[in-house]
Design a protein around this ligand. Structure first.
Ligand SMILES: NC(=O)C1=CN([C@@H]2O[C@H](COP(=O)(O)OP(=O)(O)OC[C@H]3O[C@@H](n4cnc5c(N)ncnc54)[C@H](OP(=O)(O)O)[C@@H]3O)[C@@H](O)[C@H]2O)C=CC1
Ligand SMILES: Cc1cn([C@H]2C[C@H](O)[C@@H](COP(=O)(O)OP(=O)(O)O[C@H]3O[C@@H](C)C(=O)[C@@H](O)[C@H]3O)O2)c(=O)[nH]c1=O
Ligand SMILES: [Mg+2]
Length: 294
């Protein structure tokens, strides 16, 4: 029988990238739910929904992702990123589903000097990161069979992200200032979607009990400044980019200065290779171009 997979947050970057993959993947029966079908701000709806529907896997792509706004909308961010995740984990445990939850590099404080391993102590520097960590801890405490996939700097042809913001600003302006003292690794949502399906396959062929944590981003490292330069270079947009320090770009939320994630465990466990960030950026830019019919 085909495995059944529920995907929450179907309208987001990752949710839509999983939908693109689902079209080619006939071994799995996917159900995609958006906010109207399953409101994560109302965790009781999650329990209710999962009492009526049973799945082999639940992939949670829904999240409150507005990092600066999360400093103000604390309760809403906590509902979606913590309490709804706790409800998903409880329901997964009750029905014996395997939960795949996506988390963030922003659970780390960024004071490290080499790629973060999965067991490195967490210490978020902003409220978004804290609510995402609370969600992780709720899964760990639930006893559900689960995996937490921490990723970073996600972009895609779908939805809102740094790449699309840069393309828009780059066309409007002759020059931009971009922070060069925050470094990490971009992640193309299409690659992340494939990585998640590789983890599903792994769990199918080699089931593991309890909660595992994996780190996944594209290969390589850059600052937001390097990323912006690469976007303009590969997209052929003429816009000067000037490097600035974090202190010269004040924002409501603090952000980690270093958030590179070690992909060793993911690569060793799944045997998958990880695309280099500039190669994936080019693929995404070509997709954006094709979608806009220019
Ligand atoms: N974006 C990034 O740079 C990074 C993201 N992550 C994590 O990856 C995962 C996927 O992120 P990404 O796809 O980029 O996020 P997006 O912001 O693109 O999508 C978020 C999704 O969550 C949904 N959502 C938000 N609030 C609710 C709610 N109350 N009820 C139901 N659905 C809701 C949104 O629905 P709607 O369209 O209706 O708003 C949307 O479908 C998240 O867990 C995120 O924390 C980790 C690192 C980096
Ligand atoms: C638009 C802009 C941003 N920046 C800076 C601000 C910030 O430090 C960095 C990136 O901007 P963003 O608004 O994309 O940053 P942000 O929304 O914090 O991105 C994060 O989102 C969450 C959901 C995650 O989980 C993280 O992995 C990360 O991707 O670039 C500039 O320096 N110049 C600019 O013109
Ligand atoms: Mg953002």
């Amino acid at each position: 029988m085909r495995k059944t997979v529920l995907v929450t947050g179907s309208t987001g970057q990752l949710g839509r990238s999983l939908q693109d993959l689902a079209e080619q993947n006939t071994d799995v029966e996917f159900t995609f739910v958006n906010r109207a079908l399953l409101d994560l701000a109302a965790p009781e709806q999650v329990m209710d929904y999962l009492q009526k529907h049973q799945y082999d896997y639940i992939i949670n792509c829904g999240a409150y992702t507005a990092v600066d706004k999360a400093e103000q909308e604390r309760e809403l961010a906590e509902q979606v990123n913590h309490h709804a995740v706790a409800a998903l984990a409880k329901a997964a445990k009750a029905q014996g589903a395997y939960l795949i939850h996506v988390s963030t590099d922003y659970v780390f404080d960024g004071c490290h000097y080499k790629p973060y391993a999965e067991d490195h102590p967490t210490a978020p520097v902003n409220n978004y990161g804290q609510t995402k960590l609370n969600g992780e801890l709720a899964i760990q405490a639930s006893g559900a069979n689960a995996c937490i996939v921490r990723t970073s700097w996600v972009y895609s042809q779908h939805g809102n992200n740094f790449v699309k913001t840069m393309l828009r600003l780059g066309r409007e302006r002759d020059a931009l200032t971009v922070i060069d003292d925050q470094v990490g690794s971009p992640t193309y949502a299409t690659d992340l979607a494939s990585a998640i399906m590789a983890l599903v396959q792994q769990q199918e062929s080699n089931p593991v009990e309890g909660c595992s944590v994996f780190h996944y981003s594209n290969e390589g490292v850059c600052s937001w400044y390097d990323f912006a330069k690469a976007i303009f270079e590969l997209a052929g947009v003429e816009c000067q980019v000037k490097p600035i320090e974090t202190k010269d770009y004040p924002t409501p939320a603090a952000r980690p200065h270093y958030s590179l994630l070690s992909k060793q465990k993911f690569k060793q466990t799944t045997g998958e290779s990880v695309p280099y960030w500039r190669d994936s950026l080019l693929v995404c830019l070509e997709q954006i171009k094709a979608d806009s019919h220019v």
